[in-house]
Write a protein that binds this ligand. Structure first.
Ligand code: HEM
Length: 564
């Protein structure tokens, strides 16, 4: 039928070549041309058999994609979709094409076999806001250099040993805080968050600030971050959408103003307030369903924009507040022109502030970076240094506090596991003593508890999204350049084909077979820290701080769940 039609049109067009062209003829020519183009599109442009299709996935609506069906815990939702569409499927967040990977073999292809193609990140708008326009390890195109600085200067054995006094002081302070509250409820996550924040900020500039300066900066920093995390948590999803637009606008601003003055940050945030995606989120996702009880009262929301115009400016406020905090810290050093003599006097016993006493002979990260820069070892802009600080603070606080909180939650619900962990501690550490970092090597059951917690509750359940630099092929499907790739580590770590009783908290599994607990990126059944070039650069620090706090909480106090 098609070919008959085609031929009659082609025939007509030939006829007109031989005769005078009339108005009716013009129409026919146009029709013929349209038909020819359509045929071209159909036959020629139609994906040939040799171009593999996109992965399967739920049907997407124009513009909003699959956003209307999204559920709050993306990793759980993606796991459900995997059961329908298989271990690789596509999903549209707005117009953004996302590919979700849910099997160890496909994760291996992305994270190891095609690591170079998939090593780029897809920085979210949140990352752009927090890292001076994507200057952090996670977001910057210069990530290899930044990672190298972080790993070499803070994660080597030597640096970690020299910062052990900082961690000890932070942990002791937290334990003292708990001992003052014996008999009353403790929010473990909050406690751990503050401990990690204390460790991170002391590693950053703990040796640089004198006692009172330190206290003032630490308190402000903590308050701003806590508020900011709250807002970012609420708006995580829309922030993921806006990444591309925000990133490019912000980069342009930064080109104009390399130092990223608070003014340009404010301007950026004003732009940011008005993004479509946030409105979309406020309207579509947060809208209550009929069956839900009503939401608490609140200010009237506009259609599409919701309350965004009044809520979002807070983000720029937090950012401006952070800049105010950073300002004096950086000026403190710049004013002294990085002289080695100054460092000596800063570190001299007796004159040192609280932080310095703890670091003893160690330098903080700020001192190290400025020295390196002065020596010409690395050329880092001030924004890059500030963004690296953010990497350390954001990378370490949420991840470690979530892990300790989940560990305590699991142990409290399994008294026999709690008892076994406490018995092990009592055999290694005297009853009236605190647990020290050097004890950790003798506590394999405690380590197994941490590993099992990271298996069931990985703090980054979808790792961090990747963006392929070229179009590639995975398992017979096309993965377009620039799409967003999620690895569902949460689902992989609960895969019943790999893990026995995958939903149960059973730390002993890691003692029976130590190989299954390798989390350094070679075991694609267990990926709490990711794998490949972008694997978490701070595993050595995480390995110290998480079990260290957990061990002290278990050894020094008796815990029970609140009634009800
Ligand atoms: C329990 C503790 C932690 C867990 C489970 C964890 C997990 C992760 C994961 C899954 C990734 C992404 C890896 C990938 O995409 O392949 C990551 C990246 C990262 N983590 Fe951690 N992390 C932890 C602690 C820390 C700490 C203490 C820091 C502090 C410096 C940190 C800093 C970072 C940074 C900077 C990145 C980005 C690396 C890059 O993009 O190249 N993490 N982490």
């Amino acid at each position: 039928m098609l070919s008959k039609l085609f031929h009659s049109f082609v025939g007509l067009s030939f006829e007109f070549k031989e005769h005078t062209i009339t108005s009716c003829g013009v129409v026919s020519i146009l029709l013929a041309a349209t038909f020819a183009i359509s045929c071209y599109a159909w036959f020629i442009k139609k994906p040939t058999r040799s171009t593999p299709p996109l992965p399967p996935g739920p049907r997407a609506l124009p513009l909003v994609g699959n956003i209307l069906s999204v559920e709050p815990n993306l990793h759980r939702y993606f796991a459900k979709l995997s059961q329908i569409y298989g271990p690789i499927f596509k999903f549209y967040l707005g117009r953004k094409l996302c590919i979700v990977i849910g099997s160890p073999s496909l994760a291996k292809q992305v994270l190891k076999e095609h690591d170079v193609v998939f090593a780029n990140r897809d920085p979210s708008a949140a990352a752009s806001v927090l890292t001076y326009g994507g200057k952090s390890i996670g977001a910057s195109p210069e990530w290899p250099k930044l990672r190298q600085v972080l790993v070499r200067e803070t994660m080597s054995n030597t640096s970690l040993n020299s910062s052990s006094a900082i961690r000890r002081q932070a942990v002791l302070r937290s334990m003292k805080d708990v001992s003052g509250r014996v008999g009353s409820p403790i929010k473990v996550g909050e406690l751990m968050f503050l401990t990690s924040l204390d460790v991170a900020t002391r590693m950053l500039w703990g040796a640089s600030l004198r006692g009172e300066d330190w206290d003032a900066v630490a308190i402000q920093f903590r308050e701003v971050l806590e508020e900011m995390f709250q807002v970012l948590g609420d708006y995580l999803m829309p922030l993921m959408f806006t990444s591309e637009v925000v990133h490019s606008v912000y980069s342009k601003r930064m080109d104009m103003d390399e130092e990223g003055t608070p003014d340009s940050n404010l301007a950026f945030c004003e732009f940011y307030d008005a993004t479509f995606a946030i409105s979309c989120y406020a309207w579509f996702i947060k809208k209550p369903t009929r069956s839900s009880p009503p939401l608490p009262p609140g200010p009237r929301a506009l259609p599409l924009a919701g309350n965004i115009l009044s809520v979002e400016p807070n983000l720029h406020l937090y950012f401006a507040k952070l800049s105010q905090i950073y300002g004096p810290v950086f000026k403190f050093y710049l004013g002294r022109k990085f002289s080695a003599k100054i460092f000596e006097s800063l570190l001299r016993p007796g004159q040192s502030g609280q932080g310095r006493n703890e670091g003893k002979s160690s330098k903080d990260f700020l001192q190290t970076l400025l020295e390196l820069q002065q020596q010409g070892d690395y050329s880092l802009s001030m924004d890059q240094i500030k963004a690296l600080f953010m990497d350390l603070v954001i990378g370490s606080t949420d991840t470690t506090s979530i892990t300790v909180e989940w560990a305590m939650s699991e142990l409290l619900q399994k008294p026999e596991v709690m008892r076994k962990a406490c018995n092990e501690l009592e055999q290694v550490v005297a009853l009236d003593s605190v647990v020290e970092e050097f004890h950790l090597a003798k506590l394999p059951y405690l380590e197994a508890n941490v590993k099992e917690t990271l298996r069931l509750h990985p703090p980054a359940p979808l790792l961090t999204s990747r963006r392929p630099s070229v179009t590639s092929n995975l398992s017979g499907y096309t993965i377009p350049k620039g799409s967003t790739i999620f690895i569902n580590a949460w689902a992989i770590q609960r895969n019943p084909e790999v893990w026995e009783n995958p939903q149960d908290f059973q730390p002993d599994r890691f003692l029976k077979d130590v190989k299954i607990g390798d989390f350094r990126g070679n075991n694609f059944n267990y990926l709490p820290f990711g794998s490949g070039r972008r694997i978490c650069p701070a595993i050595p620090l995480a390995e110290k701080i998480v079990p260290y706090v957990l061990a002290n909480l278990l050894h020094l106090f008796k815990w029970s769940l609140l009634e009800g």
